[in-house]
Design a protein around this ligand. Structure first.
Ligand code: PLP
Length: 387
């Protein structure tokens, strides 16, 4: 029996570890296994690897090495940025302003802070998933300590004008954090030029392994650690550092940063081919966030009259891996909070799908979607009774 060819269109969920990255991390799994906190030569070797990875990561976002903190994942970076910064504040200025389209790592942390009595404001987006900057201005008050707006949305790929959002935050005397988990390696990030005080990234979205994240904290911003232990990562994130994955992170970010232009050209052309092909072949299809700037490689579609989960399953059977933005809670499939925030009805939101591309994506894969999707939509619409 021959293996069915599979096509991966879920790069915003996670990515393969590139061979160059595997190669870079291997010595740190074998030969150089010391604990970077140890004073002997084994420890010093590991510390050297850690320092170099920190320097490289800092340089790639125009930060200083002592402003880089390695964490366990993007979620952890987001938690430390929000909860650590807000709980370090005095009572007169302990508010947070964030948006309704953030990843759950931000949304749930904000919810938890609110339950603990901290003032939280949430601003919305327009129909193309762009932050309402006037609402942002109006929501920030003298009590706002931190504004957190994501750089690129994981579901729609829409890129926010974070330089403008940071300027608005600073004008009101607040700090600015951005969740750059989806934009790192796809957009140039210069924390000084963009006015960013804190920034989160995650290894497994940039072709490094799962289980490593980065939090940039600008010097002078007071942030409380959320975990307690040794003095690793200056006490901000105690726990013996995951050197192989940290080395992998810095290597992957360096490779990705060097390929931004080329990748942007290639992935944008693939998205264009996909969207134009679907538009021609599928009646009444909508492209969510298409009018806004998007990170290259993300396409979010709604196909009214089709259940997104059923479509996802049919595509999977045909070897195509995509995703819906729906969340499964208490056995019910909830529509994507991002699409709902864009004004899309819950019903149409549940007929949505995300294709996300990256390293290794090909025209052949796009053409496979274009071959499989239209007849599948026709069949599912016939079952559901139309558009
Ligand atoms: N923030 C965004 C925008 C994401 O897309 C994700 C993951 O999907 C995260 C945070 C969480 O990152 P991690 O999976 O490394 O915890």
């Amino acid at each position: 029996m021959t293996e069915k060819t599979r096509y991966y269109f879920d790069h915003n969920a996670t990515t393969i570890v590139r061979p160059e990255v595997v190669e870079a991390m291997l010595p740190w799994l074998g030969e150089y296994y010391g604990n970077p906190s140890s004073v002997h030569s084994f420890g010093r070797e590991a510390k050297n690897g850690l320092d170099k990875a920190r320097e490289k990561t800092a340089e790639l976002i125009n930060a200083e090495p002592d402003e880089i903190f390695f964490t366990g994942c993007g979620t952890e970076s987001d938690n430390i940025a929000l909860a650590g910064c807000i709980t370090a504040a005095d009572k007169s200025r302990n508010g947070l302003v964030t948006s309704t389209v953030e990843h759950s790592a931000i949304i749930k942390t904000a919810d938890d802070l609110e339950e603990k009595g901290y003032p939280i404001a949430r601003i919305g987006v327009d129909s193309a998933c762009r932050i309402d900057m006037d609402a942002l201005k109006n929501s920030i008050g003298g009590t706002t300590r931190l504004v957190s707006i994501m750089h690129a949305n994981n579901e729609t790929g829409v890129v926010q004008d974070i330089a403008q959002a940071a300027a608005i935050a600073h004008d009101a005397g607040a700090y600015f954090h951005t969740d750059a988990v989806q934009s790192a390696g796809k957009k140039v990030i210069d924390v000084k030029e963009l006015g960013i005080d804190m920034l989160s990234m995650s290894g497994h979205k940039i072709n490094a392994p799962k289980g490593v994240g980065v939090l940039y904290i600008k010097k002078g911003v007071t942030v409380n650690p959320l975990m307690f232990g040794g003095s690793h990562e200056s006490g901000m994130r105690p726990g013996t550092e995951n050197i192989p994955s940290i080395v992998a992170f810095a290597t992957a970010l360096e490779i990705a940063s060097g390929e931004i232009d080329e990748k942007s050209r290639k992935l944008s052309a693939l998205v264009k081919r996909l969207e134009e092909g679907m538009e021609t072949a599928v009646e009444n299809i909508q492209f969510n966030g298409r009018e806004a700037e998007r990170i290259p490689g993300t396409s979010n579609i709604s196909i009214p009259g089709v259940d997104g989960e059923a479509l996802l399953f049919s595509l999977d059977m045909a070897g195509i891996a995509a995703s819906t933005g729906s969340a499964c809670s208490t056995g019910e499939v909830e529509p994507s909070h991002v699409l709902v925030a864009m004004g899309i009805s819950p019903k149409v939101a549940q007929s949505s799908l995300r294709f996300s591309m990256g390293y290794g994506s090909t025209e052949e894969g796009v053409d496979r979607i274009l071959e499989v999707l239209p007849p599948t939509v026709k069949r599912l619409r016939a079952v559901s009774g139309g558009l």
